[in-house]
Design a protein around this ligand. Structure first.
Ligand SMILES: Nc1nc2c(ncn2[C@@H]2O[C@H](COP(=O)(O)OP(=O)(O)OP(=O)(O)O)[C@@H](O)[C@H]2O)c(=O)[nH]1
Ligand SMILES: [Mg+2]
Length: 303
């Protein structure tokens, strides 16, 4: 039985929180600390970048978000699931005013996973070199995009994750419930699926196009936020070069969270199922396949 300190409060950085929880687990013999990352580098010249933003009821956030992303020089694809609040119409209005913005309308709400899969498929068909994903509620700072893209352009990374759980990452102003949910969800998924990635649930990412194609995300099973973990797991098992860069995740100021019981249940059930299945005799527990390259804490120049 692992006992948690009662003094884990909101002043504690997310990095510290996860490190302390992991130390407890390691001390209790439940897991061992992750081995150090490996290094790899292949330069990449001037990639074409698109930012895929799934939306459901994000009308109030859309204008500020898309203009900020486009002003940084990136194309935007909004993937809207017929939001009742008129996000789709607002997206069309913004797209008419700025040719860098495109919109994909989906007939009904089917979840984050299928929305991302469709957006990624459009981005791959459109010939982009780097495909980013980000939330549509301004929780992810568009100013961080260059730091996500740089390890792909500069160092040959395949997947770059904006991480709240490495040094420099943080989630100020989140409730203690959301902190624990997120921190424990990450630790559970990492251990169950044998991943080294610290923030397997982060939606702020950049993918090298060939790597994303290899992941074949349209066949992912998860429909909720677990989609992001499933993709990370596939990337890990495929031996892709994964980098985490620190981000500060801001609490949304407009609109409502879509996080709910069904999404948590899907995540717990599927991660447990996958983890148990991988350990069954005859299934062959795969060795850790991640080839993490050096964590990029400083970011890099705008590509
Ligand atoms: N297209 C589409 N987008 C979705 C769906 N569910 C959530 N999203 C979007 O996915 C992104 C992340 O969802 P959020 O509700 O912000 O989830 P969260 O970040 O965990 O929760 P808060 O930040 O606390 O609100 C947002 O841009 C949502 O609008 C869906 O079913 N379809
Ligand atoms: Mg959010």
């Amino acid at each position: 039985m692992v006992e948690l300190d009662s003094d884990l409060d909101q002043r504690t950085g997310e990095h510290d929180l996860v490190r302390r929880l992991e130390t407890k687990l390691a001390d209790a013999g439940i897991c061992s600390p992750a081995p150090p990352p490996m290094s790899n580098a292949t330069p990449f010249q001037q990639p074409r970048v698109v930012v895929v933003i799934p939306t459901f009821n994000e009308r109030e956030n859309l204008a500020e978000l898309t203009s900020t992303v486009a002003d940084h020089g990136y194309d935007v694809l909004i993937v809207d699931d017929s939001s009742p609040d008129g996000t789709g119409a607002e997206a069309d209005r913004l797209a008419k005013m700025d040719s860098r913005i495109s919109v994909c309308h989906r007939a009904e709400r089917q979840g984050l996973g299928p929305a991302y899969a469709q957006g990624f498929s459009w981005a791959l068909e459109s010939g982009y070199d780097v495909i980013c994903g980000m939330d549509g509620d301004l929780s992810h700072d568009p100013a961080d995009i260059p730091r996500l893209v740089a390890p792909i352009a500069r160092d040959g990374a395949d997947l770059v994750i904006g991480s709240r759980y490495i040094e420099g990452g943080a989630i100020p102003n989140w409730s203690i419930f959301r902190r624990f949910l997120s921190a424990w969800g990450n630790i559970y998924a990492r251990r169950a699926l044998r991943m080294r990635v610290k923030d397997a649930t982060s939606g702020y990412r950049a993918y090298r196009a060939e790597a994303l194609r290899r992941l074949n995300v349209s066949t992912c099973k998860a429909v909720g936020y677990l989609f992001l973990t499933e993709v990370t797991w596939r990337a890990t098992a495929s031996g892709l070069r994964i980098v985490e860069v620190p981000i500060v995740f801001r609490r949304r100021s407009h609109g409502e969270s879509k996080m709910g019981g069904r999404i948590i249940l899907e995540a717990m059930a599927l991660v447990t199922f996958w983890g148990v299945r991988a350990r069954l005799p005859g299934q062959g527990v795969k060795p850790e396949a991640t080839r993490n390259i050096d964590l990029d804490r400083t970011g890099g120049p705008d590509p």
